[in-house]
Structure formats: structure tokens, C-alpha cells
Design a protein around this ligand. Structure first.
Ligand code: CP
Ligand code: NVA
Length: 310
């Protein structure tokens, strides 16, 4: 299992090679199997992961904390008011100090640049647990889930319906990396970041797949193997929720919309879901839905990431 990744950190799927992504999936599969049969796999015995959160979390916090524990290490949680960082100690000084104590840092925060700066200043690995721009651990877990359910990734079509947010961006990075087709439908003014789209188009071309951006959700979902959505107002955008609800109603994932996907489509959502907004219960709780398998796989995939980078 001792394989090195090119980069010290895991900040974006864009920074990973296809081989590294595949390696994460292989290690995830092994660790998941070991966990299921109760075989110890304490490959990070005695190591400490610092977990910095300036936004709330259910899945990320619990899966990282449980994960490092199962690997033989320990996780330390730092909320928004716990570090001097919150009282204007610099990111660079924080990075240097934490590097003297810890073996790895997982951070969830607002500005993506803060994570990049933390990684630049730290001599230990930094793992991105969500920024306003990206959510790479979630998408690696999602791709692993698709691989488990469909037996392959290359050539499948994922349709993402909704806000051009951190999830849309990491899905663009992830799908194009592994040769999946990705189609996105979002209202105007809420399209994904142009640079990320263009980069995904380049990757996709190299891998023989397609990236398409639509206004119309029906066009995006047509013939999809996976239908994915996320909240319309992300953490930090709570004040815009009412306005966004009006603009996004046409983008709700409901039984009528998913009729355009393949019969055996998978419904995916990173969670938390706002049922009745971006998705309705008839879809989220249907036999096509794999939302809780996705959530579980956060644990196995992040254990693999920690095992590989720490
Ligand atoms: N999907 C996800 O990252 O969930 P949390 O916000 O609960 O961590
Ligand atoms: N786009 C959502 C994802 C939550 C996991 C947010 O940033 O709040």
C-alpha cells in the first residue's frame, strides 16, 4: 500500500494523474473490504490528523475522524473559534506551527486560496474537505460508488442539474479525468466556472469523452447513467436561498425529469439534501438512489487518501 502520490496534498482532482485516481480506488476497495471483515488495517498507527472547520459538517467530519481512528491514528477537531487563525494569526504561521505537531491537516473553509496557502506553508499533507470552489473528496467517493455499482467509469454519462458550485466543479474535474461524459444544466448566472469547464473539456477530449453545458435540464439528463444534484444555496449563501429557489425550480430532480435518463440510472447527491427543492422524495428514496452508499464511501475513500498522502 506504500505508494507515493506526486503531490504532497489533495486539494483538487485536477492535480491528480489518472493513475493516482485509480490507485485511490484500489486502496479504497481494499480498506473497505478489511473494515467489513473486521481485519485491522492500522497503517497510520500513532499519527495525528488536524481537522479545521470554518463551516458545518456531518459527513466530512465524522468520516475523517472515524477514518483516522480506524487507521490507528487520532483526529483533532478545530471549529471556527478554536484556533488563533480565527483571531487573525496568519495562515502561513499556522501552517508552519501545525506542521511541527501533526502528520496531516484536513480543512473545510470558504476561500479556496486559503487552502492553497495553507498547503504551501505546511510541510505536512493538506486535504481539501470542501471550499467554495471544490469538493474533491466527495467526488472521489462518488466516482468510487459509480465504479462499484456500474463496474466501470469510462464512457458513462453523468448529468448534473443545478447550481454551478463546488460540486459541479469537482464533478467536471473528476468525470473528465476518468473519461466519463458530463452534462450540466444550470440557470444563467449560475453556470460553472469557465476555466474549470474549459479545462475539463481539454481532459475529456484527451480521454474521448464530452463536456456539455445546457440551460435545459431535460437536454442534460437525456440518456444519462447518473443524475446528480446538490443544494441550490450552499453554505454561506443562506441569505440568497429564497431568490435562488425561484430561479432553480425548473431544475428540480423529480420523476418527470429522470424519465429522460436511462432506466437503470443512479441518482446521486452529496447531501445534505433539501427535499422538496432540488430533489423530491420519490427520486431520493427510489431504488435508483445510491445517496447513502455515497455517504458511506466517504469513509473508505478518505481512509485511502489519508493512507496514501500521510
Ligand atoms: N457531503 C458533505 O460534505 O457533507 P457534510 O457537509 O455533512 O460534511
Ligand atoms: N454545495 C454544498 C455542498 C455541501 C456538501 C455546499 O457547499 O454547501
Amino acid at each position: 500500500m506504500a505508494v507515493n502520490m506526486q503531490s504532497k496534498d489533495l486539494i483538487s482532482i485536477h492535480d491528480l494523474t489518472l493513475e493516482e485516481v485509480n490507485q485511490i480506488f484500489e486502496v479504497s476497495k481494499t480498506l473497505k473490504q478489511k473494515q467489513l471483515i473486521g481485519e485491522p488495517h492500522r497503517v497510520l498507527e500513532g499519527k495525528t490528523l488536524g481537522m479545521i472547520f470554518t463551516k458545518p459538517s456531518t459527513r466530512t467530519r465524522i468520516s475523517f475522524e472515524t477514518g483516522i481512528y480506524q487507521l490507528g491514528g487520532i483526529g483533532m477537531y478545530f471549529g471556527p473559534n478554536d484556533l488563533q487563525l480565527g483571531r487573525s494569526e496568519s495562515i502561513s504561521d499556522t501552517a508552519k506551527v501545525l506542521s511541527r505537531y501533526l502528520d496531516g491537516i484536513m480543512i473545510r473553509t470558504f476561500a479556496h486560496q486559503d487552502v492553497v496557502d495553507l498547503a504551501d506553508g505546511a510541510s505536512i499533507p493538506v486535504i481539501n474537505g470542501l471550499t467554495d470552489l471544490l469538493h474533491p473528496c466527495q467526488v472521489l467517493a462518488d466516482l468510487f460508488t459509480i465504479l462499484e455499482k456500474k463496474g466501470k467509469l469510462k464512457g458513462l454519462k453523468l448529468a448534473y442539474i443545478g447550481d454551478g458550485n463546488n460540486m459541479a466543479h469537482s464533478l467536471l474535474n473528476g468525470c473528465s479525468k476518468v473519461g466519463m461524459h458530463i452534462s450540466i444544466a444550470s440557470p444563467s448566472g449560475y453556470k460553472p466556472n469557465t476555466e474549470i469547464v474549459n479545462n475539463a473539456k481539454k481532459n475529456a477530449k484527451y480521454m474521448g469523452s464530452k463536456v456539455e453545458i445546457f440551460d435545459d435540464p431535460v437536454k442534460a439528463v437525456r440518456n444519462a447513467d447518473i443524475v446528480y444534484t446538490d443544494v441550490w444555496a450552499s453554505m454561506g449563501q443562506e441569505a440568497e436561498a429564497a431568490e435562488r429557489r425561484k430561479k432553480f425550480m425548473k431544475y428540480q430532480v423529480n420523476p418527470k425529469l429522470v424519465k429522460n435518463a436511462k432506466d437503470d440510472y443512479l441518482f446521486m447527491h452529496c447531501l445534505p439534501a433539501h427535499r422538496g427543492d432540488e430533489v423530491v422524495n420519490e427520486v431520493a428514496d427510489s431504488p435508483n438512489s445510491v445517496i447513502f452508499d455515497e455517504a458511506e464511501n466517504r469513509l473508505h475513500v478518505q481512509k485511502a487518501i489519508m493512507a496514501l498522502v500521510m
